[in-house]
Design a protein around this ligand. Structure first.
Ligand SMILES: Nc1ncnc2c1ncn2[C@@H]1O[C@H](COP(=O)(O)OP(=O)(O)O)[C@@H](O)[C@H]1O
Ligand SMILES: [Mg+2]
Length: 258
């Protein structure tokens, strides 16, 4: 099958500190890939190299190649802003624009991208909020501030904002770690629905969550503190959690470290 993402030999630095080294993997369209591994092994760093956000950090530098379909994301002449439109991101802490209404939060990315008629904008905002399983809860208060919603609703609002511009890929960095269990389940259900339309990569420290939501799981690890993180193995989630190829993966998923 054609790959949506094809990473080869990716190394990323913060100044002189090499955070991750020589990572290669592929991701198929309309799938969910989970990144697991101990804290500090570079999951977030690697995720941010997939939409050129890593280089926004001072000293952030990338070597290697990331292909999105047939586009070389680090190729010359590629606009990082357009990359971030194709590869959207949802963060650990829901971060709606606090002074904006629910409607404007979802419309924000669209307004940056071009001109839409009011009716078009209404349609896309409604579709995105429905897509994020939030519409029924907010349809009567679209003009109220997004910051007035609960944490779980705010995270779904951020997902609605991300999908409104129809990205190819949605990156999620521990999107449930600030949420209660019910809101977490709502996001996990949503991920199952969104993968019909988007390719999803999610970092999670929750093993059960990785097992529940993902098709493929990638285990990252580092040899010692200060050493760069590496991809240890990536395989079907079922296999990673039942019969991984590498002992370190087995040790990690059975809770022996990390
Ligand atoms: N903004 C930053 N500046 C310098 N070093 C960083 C920065 N963010 C992360 N690092 C370092 O990069 C390594 C990987 O971190 P990170 O990607 O956050 O790991 P994870 O998400 O797996 O916990 C760590 O050694 C961390 O200290
Ligand atoms: Mg992280």
């Amino acid at each position: 099958m054609a790959k949506r993402i094809d990473v080869s030999g990716l190394t990323a630095y913060y100044g002189s500190h090499k955070a991750i080294e020589d990572i290669s993997m592929t991701v198929e369209p309309r799938s969910v890939t989970a990144f697991i591994g101990p804290s500090g092994c570079g999951k977030s760093t690697f995720l941010r190299t997939l939409n050129r956000m890593h280089e926004v950090t001072p000293g952030g530098r990338v070597e290697g190649k990331v292909m999105l379909d047939s586009e070389d994301l680090y190729g010359s002449g590629i606009d990082p802003v357009s990359v971030r439109r194709e590869v959207g991101m949802v963060f650990q802490r829901p971060n709606p624009f606090p002074t904006m209404s629910i409607f404007d939060n979802v419309a924000a990315g669209l307004r940056l991208n071009g001109k839409y008629r009011k009716s078009e904008l209404n349609d896309i905002v409604e579709k995105s909020l429905k897509g994020a399983n939030l519409w029924n809860e907010v349809k009567d208060r679209l003009n109220k501030p997004g910051s007035g919603l609960s944490g779980g609703q705010q995270q779904r609002l951020c997902i609605a904002r991300a999908i409104a511009v129809e990205p190819k890929v949605l990156l999620m960095d521990e999107p449930c770690s600030a949420l209660d269990p019910i809101s977490t389940l709502a996001i996990e259900d949503l991920i199952g629905e969104l993968k019909e339309r988007f390719t999803i990569v999610i970092v999670t420290h929750n093993m059960q969550q990785a097992a529940r939501v993902s098709d493929r799981t990638a285990f990252f690890n580092l040899a010692a503190v200060g050493q760069p993180g590496r991809l240890i193995e990536i395989d079907d989630t079922e296999r990673i959690f039942s019969n991984p190829s590498v002992q370190a993966t087995e040790d990690y998923i059975s809770g022996r470290f990390g």
